[in-house]
Design a protein around this ligand. Structure first.
Ligand code: 6PG
Length: 475
């Protein structure tokens, strides 16, 4: 084990040298920041030091020795699994830290935990930041999108290192101080909720083209690569094209066909839906994306049910090229509606939690590095530059016009999918969201009447102000 080269001079220390932690630290080292790593597994420290051999790096598998490497006041970042591991690390760190030191949790922590930790640590004189990092392993290594929250003074201490190591779009770093307290983790959570919905939508387009049109993997690869070149372009579209081109080295078959249709999850999508429900913000496509992952893992039940309901998926009888063209437009319209839902949640959370989010800045830092990066975010950024406090993108005249141009195709794709029997809950929920949001009248008057009927819950009237109750049993 290499020992400390020089003590107390490393600008940032990383706890947890798994792939994400190691890559993010190497990225910082690439930008000429002296950094140190800690992992209780000496092999991981060794691997980090080897990979960073040409840089100014150090490390240790002993926590006190690692802490001794760091410049004061210290900045310690951790990339460990969310939950109790974060508290364990904090508890181990505390006796070794001095007032004014900074701890940054760069994992996908629940924002509610972040608020508790930030307050508790601040009372002890320790700064704490909850920071979202997106972009997977490659992003961490070569430029992620970074969503730091917490006290602005704490951010200023690590600003230069974060700006240098973040992704850049047209020279602008994909990092900004998003807000106080748990704002960083909240924004990252919503990023992931949008990610869930987009992935569900893309998987439904795959199903429609595979089972509905009978397209093979080469054709699917071509379609997604074509879509990625235009207004639909984005990271998820790009990797989808690549996935259909990949062979399994063992079987030499297309790898996609060897992968079980059971989607796992670590919870951020569900947290987004939970938060949306708590704040009364409708995010139906995110909700349904979580539900469909839950349904996907019921493999045995689905196998039995498939025998009980033998209605085969029918192949679409019309023109396939026309279908793909309309599907592309429906994808675009639905993607706009998914971003609208996620960002409307940010808008409400911003005032509810006192985050003071700058939605234009969030769209800006999501344009590069992160999983949901897409051309659309440039347009979204323009909307929020024009109207910073817009509650929903669908209220912007320019954005609305684009959605309106594509909504007929969302409707068409939804209708055809229902006829051939392919489940498209993401398309359906975006369409219903759109149709409900754009409707001045909704049938909720009946729900109010029912509530008042069975529970005297009262109702409001359209013709006068006040709260009313009817004795519904009276004839
Ligand atoms: C990112 C990803 C990252 C992680 C997801 C996966 O932004 O880099 O979102 O955070 O890959 O959390 O989440 P699930 O395991 O829940 O799909």
């Amino acid at each position: 084990m290499e020992e400390a080269k020089t003590v107390s001079r490393y600008e940032l220390g990383m706890i947890g040298l798994g792939v994400m932690g190691r890559n993010l630290l190497l990225n910082m080292a690439d930008h000429r920041f002296p950094v140190a790593g800690y992992d209780r597994d000496p092999a991981k420290v060794e691997a980090f030091l080897k990979e960073g051999a040409n840089h100014d790096v150090s490390g240790s598998s002993e926590l006190p020795a690692f802490i001794a490497l760091l410049k004061k006041p210290r900045a310690v970042m951790m990339l460990v699994p969310a939950g109790s591991a974060v508290d364990s690390v904090i508890n181990e760190l505390l006796p070794l830290m001095d007032p004014g030191d900074l701890i940054i949790d760069a994992g996908n922590s629940d924002y509610k935990d972040t608020d508790i930790r930030e307050k508790a640590l601040y009372a002890k004189g320790i700064w704490f930041m909850g920071m979202g990092v997106s972009g997977g392993e490659k992003g961490a290594r070569y430029g992620p999108s970074i969503m730091p929250g917490g006290r602005p003074e704490a951010y200023e201490r690590v600003r230069s290192i974060l700006e240098a190591s973040s992704a850049k779009v047209n020279g602008e770093p994909c990092v900004t101080h998003v807000g106080p307290g748990s704002a960083g983790h909240f924004v990252k959570m919503v990023h992931n909720g949008i990610e869930y919905a987009l992935m569900q939508l893309i998987s439904e387009s795959y199903d429609l083209m595979k089972r509905g049109l009978g397209l093979g993997n080469r054709e699917l690869e071509r379609v997604y690569k074509d879509w990625n070149g235009k207004e639909l372009s984005g990271y998820l579209m790009e990797i989808t094209g690549d996935i259909f081109g990949r062979k399994d080295p063992e079987t030499k078959k297309d790898l996609i066909d060897e992968i079980k249709g059971a989607a796992a999850q670590k919870g951020t999508g569900m947290w987004t839906s939970e938060s949306a429900m708590e704040l009364s913000v409708p995010t139906p496509t995110i909700d349904v994306a979580v539900a469909m992952r839950n349904l996907s893992v019921l493999g045995d039940e689905r196998a039995t049910a498939s025998l009980n309901f033998p209605r085969p998926v029918s192949v679409y009888k019309g023109d396939s090229d026309e279908f793909v063209k309309k599907l592309k437009s429906a994808m675009y319209g639905s993607m706009l509606l998914i971003y609208s839902q996620g960002i409307s949640l940010l808008s409400v959370a911003s005032s509810h939690h006192g985050y003071g989010l700058d939605l234009e800045a969030i769209a800006r830092i999501w344009r590069g590095g992160c999983i949901i990066r897409a051309a659309i975010l440039e347009d979204i950024r323009t909307v929020y530059r024009r109207s910073p406090s817009l509650p929903n993108l669908l209220l912007d005249p320019v954005f609305s016009k684009i959605v309106f141009e594509h909504q007929e195709n969302v409707r068409w794709v939804a209708t055809e999918s229902i006829k051939i029997g392919i489940p498209v809950s993401a398309f359906l929920s975006t369409l219903s969201y759109f149709d409900a949001y754009r409707s001045e009248w909704l049938p909720s008057n009946l729900i109010q009447a029912q509530r008042d009927f069975f529970g005297s819950h009262t109702y409001e009237r359209t013709d006068r102000k006040g709260v009313f109750h009817t004795d519904w049993d009276e004839s």
